[in-house]
Each structure stands twice: as structure tokens, then as C-alpha cells.
Design a protein around this ligand. Structure first.
Ligand code: ADE
Length: 225
């Protein structure tokens, strides 16, 4: 998989991809992440990429030319399955959507800023608009980082058996059960006996019951879908 992220603050994302699982996923050749500075595609000598909104109003709008130039350059080099725009008015991100995206080959993610991008970028280039939640961030970078992380950890080989994504919350519409590690007794607060019984089938059953209980208490909506 290859993910190209278009942003006007590339530094915000550089360090995010340089650590932990995301770093290993890239080093292991499971994914290639390229971050592009939209400013590099500016068509004027001042390297500006935004302008006032037609019709007035507060806030600058990202212009179409630099973004179009960047997307067209990338599309001339390879085919992309989706050109995603991260925006609070997009489709709400869910595990199901992430699973589907993890099966794709090449993705472009465009991060908005200021008052957003010129509507024509969305009309002409964007194939999918995604929101990571009903709140407004100051830019799409964190949203692109969240989406990339959720996708990359699902790529075969990125996680080992122990960290397998199959037991994640949401994969089966259930929240994950509680987990414990040593010590078995912390100042009188004990680990449930069953987990130390060595009885695999009973442990599985306990975990399933705990998942169900947690989901009923915290996210009953998941059980209805
Ligand atoms: N940009 C600003 N807020 C956002 C959100 N909630 N989701 C995706 N992109 C955004």
C-alpha cells in the first residue's frame, strides 16, 4: 500500500510516522507513506496557497491550483483507488470503513486548513470525504494520521499474532474485554481467578461475556446494528 498525504504543515505529520508500529510498517515494506507540502506546488513566487473567500466572510480558503497540480502529478505516476478529503462534514469514520480501505492499493489523503478548500477541489478530484468525529480540528492532519494509523495496523504482517487486530474492539461490534498482567495482586486488588486457571475454553467464554457486558453498558448502540 502507498499513502500520499497532502498538507500545508508537513512537519506536523513527519514525526507521527517516524515511530513505533508505523515506523516498522514502513521499514518492513508493508506501506509507503509520502507527505507532500502543498506549498511546493504553489503557482506564484510568494508560495501562497490560500486566498479570501469569494462573497466575503472570515477565513482563508485553500486554492485549487496547487492542490490540483499535486494530485495530477501523483496520478500521472500511478493509479489511486481513492482521493480522500478529511473534513468534519464527511462520512463518519468507522471500523468497517477502515477495513475496506485497508484492502486498497494506493490512497491520497488531502488535509484541509483554514475555512477549507475551494469546493471545486472536492467536485473535481475527491472520491471520498471522511470525518473522524463530530468536532472541528484546526486542520485535517490529525484526522489523516488517525485514519492512516487505523488502516496501516490492519495490513497483513504489520501486527504480530499477539497484537492481532482480530481481537480489537469494534471488529465484531463488541468492545474488547478487560486485560490484566502481573502482579496478580496489587495492594489487594486481584486479577480474576479464571484468567489464571489455564482453562482456555472457560477463559474465552469469560472474555466474551465481559465484552458483551461492556458493550451493553457503554455502547448499547453497537448491539443494535
Ligand atoms: N478537519 C477538521 N476537523 C475534522 C474532523 N473532525 N474530521 C476530519 N477532518 C477534519
Amino acid at each position: 500500500m502507498r499513502i500520499d498525504i497532502l498538507t500545508c504543515v508537513p512537519n506536523l505529520l513527519d514525526s507521527f510516522f517516524a515511530h513505533s508500529i508505523l515506523k516498522r510498517a514502513q521499514q518492513g515494506g508493508f506501506v509507503e507513506v509520502k507527505i507532500h507540502d502543498i506549498r511546493d506546488y504553489s503557482t506564484n513566487k510568494h508560495r501562497t496557497i490560500d486566498d479570501y473567500a469569494f462573497g466575503g466572510g472570515a477565513g482563508m480558503v485553500l486554492q485549487i491550483e496547487p492542490i490540483a497540480k499535486c494530485i495530477r502529478t501523483l496520478q500521472s505516476e500511478r493509479n489511486y483507488d481513492e482521493v480522500i478529503y478529511l473534513t468534519p462534514d464527511g462520512e463518519l469514520m468507522q471500523q468497517r470503513m477502515v477495513n475496506q480501505l485497508s484492502l486498497k492499493g494506493n490512497l491520497i489523503m488531502l488535509c484541509g486548513h483554514y475555512k477549507g478548500v475551494d469546493q471545486r477541489v472536492r467536485d473535481l478530484f475527491i472520491t471520498k470525504e471522511i470525518s473522524i468525529g463530530d468536532y472541528v480540528l484546526s486542520g485535517g492532519e490529525l484526522a489523516a494520521a488517525v485514519l492512516s494509523d487505523a488502516i496501516i495496523r490492519l495490513l497483513p504482517g504489520v501486527l504480530n499474532d499477539e497484537t492481532s487486530a482480530l481481537t480489537d474492539s469494534f471488529q465484531d461490534n463488541l468492545l474488547a474485554p478487560p486485560v490484566y498482567t502481573r502482579p496478580a495482586d496489587y495492594e489487594g486488588s486481584k486479577v480474576p481467578e479464571i484468567l489464571m486457571s489455564g482453562h482456555e475454553a472457560k477463559i474465552e467464554e469469560w472474555r466474551y461475556e465481559q465484552s458483551l457486558k461492556r458493550t451493553r453498558e457503554r455502547r448499547p448502540d453497537l448491539l443494535q446494528s
